[in-house]
Ligand binder design. Structure first.
Ligand SMILES: Nc1ncnc2c1ncn2[C@@H]1O[C@H](COP(=O)(O)OP(=O)(O)OP(=O)(O)O)[C@@H](O)[C@H]1O
Ligand SMILES: [Mg+2]
Length: 233
C-alpha cells in the first residue's frame, strides 16, 4: 500500500505563560493509504494534539507532515482550511452537531464550502445519511436522537464531501457498548468497503480491536508497546 501520511520529526510546543511545554517530541510515523490505525495512550500523552496536526486543525512547531504528497505543515490558515474541507472528515467524542438543525442540514454543512448546488448538497447529504443507516431520521434534530445516532450523523457529516482521510477522537468515548459497536462497525465498513484511511484515538482496547493495528503514545513519544498501567480502563 502507498503511504498516505508521512510524519517526520514532528514536535509541538505550547506556551503556558512564560513556560514552554513540548507536548510531542520527534514523532516519526508513516500511515498507509487504506489503513485503520488506533492511537492509544494515557491522558495528556498528546493523542489529540497529534490527531489535530494530522487533520490540519493545528500546525506543528517543528518537523513535517505530508498527506497524499502535500506538505500540510507549510500551508497557511486559508489554504489549510481549504485543504481540510476536501481531504479530511472529523469525528469527535461529543458529536459537535448544531442543535437547531436537522440531521440532514447538519450533514449538508461541510458542503456549503463547496461549489455544489443546493439540490446536489441535499442529495449528497441524503446518500451519506443512508450509508450510516439513518435515512429515516433525516428530519430529526440532534436532541431527538440517541447518542449513537448522533455520532452516526456526525460520521455522515464527516464523509459527505468524500474525503480520503477520517480522523476520530474518542468517537465511542461517550457511548454505551452497543452504540459503540455500531459506530465502530460503521467505521470499519467505511475503511474496508469505501477505502477510507482512518486514524482513531481511543482509550478502549475493545474499540482498538476494530482497527488494523494500534500505536501507543506516552509523554509525547510513540512507543512500541502498551505500558503495563498506561491509559484509562
Ligand atoms: N492549547 C493548549 N495550550 C497549552 N497546553 C495544551 C494545549 N492543548 C493541549 N495542551 C497540553 O498538551 C498535553 C497533551 O494534550 P492532549 O489533549 O493532546 O492529550 P490527550 O492524549 O489527547 O489526552 P486525553 O486522553 O485526556 O484526551 C497536555 O498536557 C495538555 O495540557
Ligand atoms: Mg484527547
Amino acid at each position: 500500500m502507498a503511504t498516505l501520511i508521512k510524519i517526520k520529526d514532528l514536535a509541538k510546543t505550547y506556551a503556558r505563560g512564560k513556560q514552554k511545554v513540548e507536548v510531542l517530541h520527534h514523532v516519526n510515523l508513516d500511515i498507509a493509504e487504506g489503513d485503520f490505525l488506533a492511537l492509544m495512550g494515557p491522558s495528556g500523552s498528546g493523542k489529540t494534539t497529534l490527531l489535530n496536526l494530522i487533520g490540519g486543525l493545528d500546525t506543528p512547531s517543528a518537523g513535517s507532515i505530508s498527506v497524499g504528497g502535500q506538505r500540510i505543515d507549510q500551508l497557511g490558515g486559508g489554504a489549510l482550511a481549504k485543504w481540510r474541507a476536501s481531504n479530511v472528515g472529523f469525528v469527535f467524542q461529543f458529536y459537535n452537531l448544531m442543535p437547531m438543525l436537522s440531521a440532514q442540514r447538519n450533514v449538508e454543512l461541510p458542503l456549503l464550502l463547496t461549489k455544489l448546488s443546493a439540490a446536489q448538497r441535499r442529495k449528497n447529504a441524503a446518500i451519506a445519511l443512508q450509508l450510516v443507516g439513518l435515512a429515516d431520521r433525516a428530519g430529526h434534530k440532534p436532541g431527538e436522537l440517541s447518542g449513537g445516532q448522533q455520532q452516526r450523523v456526525a460520521i455522515a457529516r464527516a464523509i459527505v464531501s468524500d474525503p480520503s482521510l477520517l480522523v476520530c477522537d474518542e468517537p465511542t468515548g461517550d457511548l454505551d457498548r452497543q452504540s459503540a459497536e455500531d459506530v465502530l462497525g460503521l467505521l470499519q465498513q467505511l475503511n474496508r468497503e469505501h477505502g477510507k484511511t482512518i486514524v482513531m484515538v481511543t482509550h478502549d482496547p475493545k474499540a482498538a480491536e476494530y482497527a488494523s493495528h494500534t500505536l501507543h503514545l506516552d509523554k509525547g513519544t510513540l512507543v512500541e508497546q502498551a505500558l503495563a498501567c498506561g491509559g484509562l480502563p
